[in-house]
Design a protein around this ligand. Structure first.
Ligand code: ATP
Length: 399
């Protein structure tokens, strides 16, 4: 479901944005405009959608427009033109009062610099936004304590920021964002100042919170590893433009241009692309146990389909195992009774999960002569990954 819809959004810094807009529309680029008018194009014609409950990462080199774009979502920076629709309501045309309410209740922002007040305790810092939002003291305390608990800082309520490590200070910053319980959290390079181990820890923390809360998070990062780790989808920016939006594996498999390709160079595609991304559902390969009946009819079915094997599923499509034509034939020739097919006629095969990476499934794909069956968390069959498909994907991402 669409949570934020950005349409034709522009930001020009300078006194006469209209002049710069006209030049942009005439096809002049950012540098030409800066030279001719002294005006700086921050964001140019951004169009994208952020879905409810996803972590949407905005990536790009320094100066590409990430901060400007994200600050226009809550109008910390006023857009020059365009629309930002949140749940269908245009943030750009909100009155000052509406905007204050919107920022306090619907869209919080967590900054890289933590922005903690040194003279306030951890609890007071965490309740800061609640105070502004007009919650009474008791409610503020209750919510802030809960938010601190969520980020693992119970027991530190009465400490002061300087008594905390950088990682813990960032947790307070995050708790402050969470305390107002917003549907949307904007995070501006929130973990960039942390050393790598703590940074990974905070990313895990965010993913854990996200699993439970399913907020909509827009996260600015210039770090590809971070984007791949936490992002459901990524927007790549270059020179004020959003040049591509997609799931990491989509971008990796189909980069829009050389800039995007260069960004992803060095990323091992097998760690990003999952079995679910390359699975193919081939019903020719499956038989439903209750429908096939006995050993003999299973054998006949395989002969008709001219197949050496089939995967057997129960009536809910849960994966049961593999039957081969050869084994069925051998059993029948040796006079086995024509019983309903059950586990004793099946060869056990390893399945892989939708979320397993190509790296994880490589040993199975390489060692099996049949395509590897893929199941979801409930064990329901979703299709197969064949050796060919695996190699084609590798080949495409290596170009
Ligand atoms: N207040 C401003 N006045 C003039 N130009 C600005 C202003 N803020 C940003 N810009 C320009 O807008 C462009 C985008 O800047 P922005 O800070 O959004 O990029 P960024 O991708 O967030 O960079 P970084 O990763 O370094 O934070 C840059 O060319 C920048 O110089």
């Amino acid at each position: 479901m669409e949570k934020i819809v950005v349409e034709n959004l522009y930001k020009i810094f300078g006194d006469n944005p209209k002049q710069a807009l006209d030049l942009l529309k005439q096809g002049k680029d950012k540098d030409e405009i800066l030279e001719a008018t002294g005006m700086s194009v921050g964001v140019q014609d951004a169009n994208f959608v952020v879905n409810s409950g996803e972590i949407f990462v905005v990536m790009g080199l320094s100066g590409s427009g990430k901060s400007t774009l994200v600050r226009m979502l809550n109008r910390l920076i006023e857009p020059t033109s365009g629309k930002v629709l949140v749940d269908g309501k245009n943030v750009v045309t909100m009155s000052p009062d509406e905007l204050v309410k919107f920022r306090l209740h619907n869209m919080s922002m967590v900054f890289q610099s933590f922005a903690l007040m040194p003279h306030l305790t951890v609890l007071e810092n965490a309740s800061f936004g609640l105070d502004l939002a007009g919650f009474d003291k008791a409610k503020q305390k209750k919510r802030a304590i809960k938010a601190l608990e969520q980020v693992g800082l119970s027991g530190w309520e009465d400490s002061y920021p300087k008594q905390l490590s950088g990682g813990m200070q960032q947790r307070v910053g995050l708790a402050r964002g969470l305390a107002v319980d917003p549907d949307i959290l904007l995070m501006d390079e929130a973990f960039s100042a942390l050393d790598p181990l703590i940074r990974t820890e905070m990313q895990d923390e965010l993913l854990k919170l996200q699993k439970r809360d399913q907020r909509t998070i827009v996260f600015i990062s210039h770090d590809l590893d971070e984007a791949l780790r936490i992002g459901d989808r990524i927007a790549i920016m270059e020179g004020g433009r959003v040049v591509q939006v997609g799931a990491p594996e989509e971008i990796l498999q189909n980069p829009a241009d050389d800039y995007v390709r260069a960004f992803f160079r060095g990323v091992d595609p097998t760690s990003v692309i999952s079995a679910g991304d390359i699975v193919r559902n081939d019903t020719q390969l499956t038989i439903i146990k209750s429908r096939v009946g006995s050993l003999r009819s299973a054998h006949e079915l395989l002969s008709i389909k001219d197949r050496d094997f089939a995967y057997v599923l129960d009536s809910d499509h849960k994966f049961l195992g593999l039957v081969t034509a050869e084994k069925l034939k051998e059993l029948l020739e040796n006079g086995a009774p024509d019983n309903p097919i059950d586990q004793s006629f099946m060869t056990e095969v390893c399945t892989v999960q939708l979320g397993d990476s190509m790296q994880d499934i490589l040993p199975e794909v390489a060692s099996r002569s049949w395509p590897v069956p893929v199941v979801d968390e409930q064990g329901v069959y979703k299709g197969v990954v064949s050796k060919n498909r695996f190699l084609q994907t590798l080949h495409r991402t290596e170009q």
